[in-house]
Design a protein around this ligand. Sequence first.
Ligand code: NAD
Length: 417
Amino acid sequence: MSEVNPFESLQEQIDDAAAFVAVPDDALERLKRPERVLETTLSVELDDGSIETFRAFRSQFNGDRGPYKGGIRYHPQVSREEVTALSGWMVYKCAAVDIPYGGGKGGIAFDPSDYSDSEVERITRAFATELRPLIGEDRDVPAPDVNTGQREMNWLKDTYETLENTTAPGVVTGKAIESGGSEGRVEATGRSVAIVAREAFDYLGGDIADATVAVQGYGNAGSVAAELIAQQGGTVVAVSDSSGAVYDSSGIDTSAAKSFKRETGSVTGFEGASEELSNRELLTLDVDLLVPAALENAIDAAIARDVRADVIVEAANGPLTPDADDVLADREVAVFPDILANAGGVTVSYFEWVQNRQRFSWSLERVNDELETVITSAFDALIERHEATDAPTLRTAMYAVAIERVHRAATEAGTWP
Ligand code: NAD
């Protein structure tokens, strides 16, 4: 993976879009930097009685449109720059799909697979204790991200509620249903990727049902996107995870591959595929649609020059380096940006939070219907802006829509003190 600083990528994306929005330079500067970043060291007792320290972060990038919102990631690569960039992308993602949230992100720099469940629980509760003064239903609402899920959200919520002596189910989203989670949340990110893929082919004069597809990263976002694209008739010919890639020209049974990965921990060795490929080979396959759904900076300029897909729908956050973006724009590959394509996760998180505030549960059908409306409306706003301006890429057009919305909220609030 490339060494690009993701925070610099974010700032470059904002600068690119700034040329197409009526935001003064001084106001724009404010939209490029986080409001605050917590950096803390957690001291946690391991099962053997020793104490280990872990670096942890929470960035609150911008709260002009509502409470800070964004996931918590557990990964050895977690850094201040990464968390800050991810929190900025959340601001513009929430604005792109027009939900009333600002942007935040957090993480702990460790690999949870090296620790027992009870150690991960203690690490999570230690982080929740540090986060307690910053978070809250109307302040900052964490959610799952890479290597975190319902379990970690339930621990965060329980720690917060215990320390605050209250019930506040909306303090985190992505919870288990029994703890106040929403129907459809687990599948929501993959679902928005599939909606955007369908709309993209339709807009470009094709049909997702005729498309061949490669998916990089077969975790939560990638596997659900693959399953739903296959349900729409698309042929998923290759999938990968950190262990490698598998390929079959006649199409992979996406659900069977998911079960295989759940049982064995990886997609490699899946009997339903005819060939194994390297991760790089997957990215440069001759397919109609490439869905990067692993981590940021997965595709750099060198890989971008070899990409043979006509369309990219970004399930991961920031999977292309800015240089890769430029190469793909020159090569006229249509890149549908992360802040739209993977916004299903935060959108259904928002629905979960609304349900928590209402003390009421929506049916899965209602959740999916409302999600469809939010994502297709944002898609239409993107296309309208792209056609109305000479913004060189879809990403720039989407950022222009989002930056304008954040700027309007900031202007209406005024500058104080
Ligand atoms: P996950 O941990 O469930 O899955 C990530 C997958 O990527 C794993 O299967 C891992 O093996 C694979 N991977 C890692 N490095 C790889 C490499 N070099 N090549 C191929 N595969 C590789 O995480 P997730 O929740 O699916 O998140 C994936 C991406 O989607 C992240 O960028 C995340 O920020 C973004 N995202 C997730 C959500 C969500 O709701 N889960 C929402 C919005 C965005």
